[in-house]
Design a protein around this ligand. Structure first.
Ligand SMILES: Nc1ncnc2c1ncn2[C@@H]1O[C@H](COP(=O)(O)OP(=O)(O)OP(=O)(O)O)[C@@H](O)[C@H]1O
Length: 273
């Protein structure tokens, strides 16, 4: 269930929100993102859900500069659309992909150190350091990997690799985290720990999660946007979105055609009867 004490997006100084207007992405005449307006408040923990092919990943690709898009994407007061991937990353936006991309042959600490270095100036990089940088120690603590700092990343369990990747965004001081199905393939306990981690992170940063796992969404989303056929179909709290007949129609329609209940919001009592 959504924590009622954390329903309101935070507005503390230093937190930045995302403002998307008229976002459009076309691939050879096929419009994958079709005029999306989306506001993610500072410190929100927003879930982006929708059936396969709805345009969720393409939207994140557009925000991070991986695909060309029209419209506007403002973060921290600046329009970032059209900037290079590198410049967008430097403006404080980071993402993870469905498959964790960590350096398996390096230790957890080395992975974090490299990620931290990516945000440092050349002079700082050249300076000799003693011990673990504070930002790295903090990230280790936050993602719960302090005791595994010396372990090779390749030996980590699946869930912990995802946490390491999130830690790599934290040391880069990413202020907007865009996470693509972070709990896919995780055990129940790992999902729970990941949800709690995202709650902690969203006290200081803005978090957007693409997700198909509806139980996870129900437990941890502070707000939800439903995408369908490249457009925002519905938006609100978990309760509001689940009660929206348009959402039920889209998901139930898919369940019927795909023979799966993955991603189907829990039917209302009336539907179950
Ligand atoms: N590079 C591309 N070239 C052509 N079409 C693409 C490309 N990338 C995505 N698409 C199409 O755009 C649509 C949206 O895809 P996208 O991956 O954004 O959906 P999604 O909501 O993330 O789906 P899923 O939940 O399955 O990951 C799909 O029809 C997909 O086939």
């Amino acid at each position: 269930m959504t924590d009622p004490t954390t329903t309101e997006p935070r507005t503390d100084t230093g937190l930045s929100g995302l403002e998307i207007r008229g976002l459009r992405v076309a691939f050879d005449g096929f419009t994958a993102v079709d005029g999306v307006d989306l506001d993610v408040g500072p410190g929100d923990l927003r879930f982006l859900i929708g059936p396969n092919g709805a345009g969720k990943t393409t939207l994140v690709d557009a925000v991070t500069g991986l695909v060309k898009a029209e419209g506007s994407v403002r973060f921290g007061g600046e329009d970032i659309l059209g900037r290079s991937v590198h410049r967008i990353a430097r403006s404080g936006i980071g993402r993870t992909f469905q498959t964790a991309t960590v350096f398996e042959e390096l230790t957890v600490l080395q992975n974090l150190d490299i990620a931290a270095g990516a945000g440092r100036g050349t002079l700082t990089m050249l300076r000799r350091r003693k011990g673990v940088p504070e930002s790295v120690a903090r990230a280790l603590e936050t993602v719960g990997l302090t005791d595994l700092a010396g372990s090779l990343a390749g030996t980590l369990a699946h869930g912990r690799k995802q946490w390491l990747e999130i830690g790599m965004l934290l040391v880069q001081d990413v202020r907007l985290l865009l996470l693509d199905e972070p709990v896919a393939g995780m055990s129940h306990d790992e999902r729970q720990a990941t949800g709690e981690l995202l709650r902690r992170i969203s006290r200081e940063r803005t978090v957007v999660v693409i997700e198909h796992d509806m139980d996870f969404m129900r437990s941890f989303a502070r707000s939800v946007s439903v995408l369908h056929a490249g457009k925002v179909l519905s938006e609100g709290t978990v309760t509001e979105v689940q009660a929206d007949p348009k959402v039920q129609e889209v998901y139930l329609g898919h369940a019927a055609t795909e023979g799966t209940t993955t991603g189907v919001p829990r039917p209302t009592a009336a539907q179950e009867a």
